[in-house]
Ligand binder design. Structure first.
Ligand SMILES: [Zn+2]
Length: 401
């Protein structure tokens, strides 16, 4: 059976979720918000147009939009919000798919640009830039190995993030709220479309600023976007089932309710996430050794993530790589070629832009079980991961107030 057939079988059996079929994506949500804020959103086929219309209908026209992105809030976490809390009482709750790879860099860039990963090239945490011969870490905007800042090496945001943020073209007053540690980062400023950004320390403080601005903007049309990373950080470190998760969800619930209590008449609050997470038992860690048979066939250490490793293979070594990879890891990973990824439309309905085409490498591994593939020289420990195609990683909620 070919790798493509294996993946289609995993989709059929619901072992994995096809991120670009079935229910709509969070990217359609961001396109709907862009459309309500004066942008002309172009879509490429009937499914895209149906999903966009569905999102527009769900959200509705309003004077004020408040868009909350709770990093790591998978759909499966909804049941852990307090039973007597505000979120549990909401009627308008939908399930959406995020984009693939189910990574923060990929999903946030899609939300900011309204473009599929095939069109924006911001694929995953680690990327190799063949034309610059450099491996980078996308969101911190640093060289992967030396950790030198890319700006010090002469890069600008647009070298990596090739599609512009839609926020800079909205016809409403735009305000962005993000944690102080990242609010002024190269990626955050790009994502914000260089709009006015408030850096907060605690979530409640960010919500205070948002509510304050909402009153100040009452006479105008406004779009406020708040990004919260605290839940994702906690789960990465401690796991989805850790006892502290419910406490964070309770705090989020209280803050959402505070916004609700302060809403002017014509307002919509929209809440979604970039991906969910999956607990990985440390015994399910596979290792690609830096002195093993695969490493010598690679141009650079695997990029992507430990759930979705991307492989740039030396010329003439593709067949050999494929054979050895499948022998070693075939039980836990489906290894798809770049061409198969394209034909399956996993990165979206279009063809690959130049950046995507370069950065997707020759092969991509997709975890079929709750395991990860670490590169021995650069391994690290986390309790939960994402990037792959299990329901826990792909499915995110859409809450509308
Ligand atoms: Zn994330």
């Amino acid at each position: 059976m070919s790798a493509k057939q294996k993946l289609l079988q995993a989709f059929d059996s619901k072992q994995l979720i096809n991120p670009t079929e079935g229910i709509c994506n969070n990217i359609h949500l961001s396109q709907a918000l862009a459309s309500f804020n004066g942008l002309n959103v172009e879509v490429s086929n009937q499914r895209q147009s149906q999903c966009l219309e569905k999102m527009k209908k769900s959200i509705g026209k309003s004077q004020h939009y408040i868009f909350l992105l709770i990093d790591g809030l998978g759909y499966s976490l909804l049941k852990q919000f307090p039973k007597d809390g505000f979120v549990s009482s909401l009627d308008q709750v939908q399930k959406l798919n995020t984009v693939f790879p189910t990574s923060t860099a990929t999903a946030l860039t899609s939300l900011y640009t309204g473009k599929w990963p095939c069109d924006h090239g911001a694929l995953e945490w680690w990327l190799y830039l063949p034309d610059k011969k450099r491996s980078i870490i996308t969101l911190p905007f640093v060289d992967r190995f030396s950790r030198e800042k890319l700006v010090d090496l002469g890069f600008v945001a647009q070298d990596i993030f090739v599609a512009p943020s839609m926020f800079s073209h909205f016809n409403s007053e735009v305000r962005i709220y993000s944690h102080g540690a990242i609010a002024k980062s190269t990626y955050s400023r790009y994502g914000a479309g260089y709009q006015k950004t408030y850096g907060y320390e605690q979530l409640g403080e960010g919500i205070d600023a948002l509510i304050h601005d909402l009153h100040e903007l009452e006479e105008r049309n406004s779009f406020q976007y708040l990004y919260y990373h605290g839940l994702d950080s906690f789960i990465h470190k401690n796991g989805v089932t850790a006892s502290g998760v419910n406490e964070i969800l309770k705090q989020i619930d209280q803050q959402i309710y505070r916004i609700k209590q302060n809403l002017p008449a014509s307002s919509k609050v929209i809440i979604t996430a970039d991906h969910g997470l999956l607990d990985i038992d440390s015994r399910n860690t596979l290792i690609l050794t830096s002195d093993g048979p695969l490493d010598k066939l690679l141009i650079v250490p695997p990029t992507g993530s430990v759930r979705v490793p991307i492989f740039h293979v030396k010329v003439g070594k593709r067949e050999e790589f494929q054979k050895i990879f499948n022998e070693l890891y075939g039980e836990h990973f489906i290894l798809l070629s770049k061409e198969e990824i394209l034909s399956l439309k996993l990165l979206g309905p279009g063809s690959f832009c130049h950046a995507t085409s370069e950065r997707i490498g020759d092969f991509v591994g997709i975890a079929t079980t709750d395991c990860i593939l670490q590169y021995s020289k650069h391994s690290f420990k986390l309790a939960a991961h994402h990037g792959g195609l299990t329901a826990n990683e792909v499915e995110v909620p859409l809450l509308i107030i």
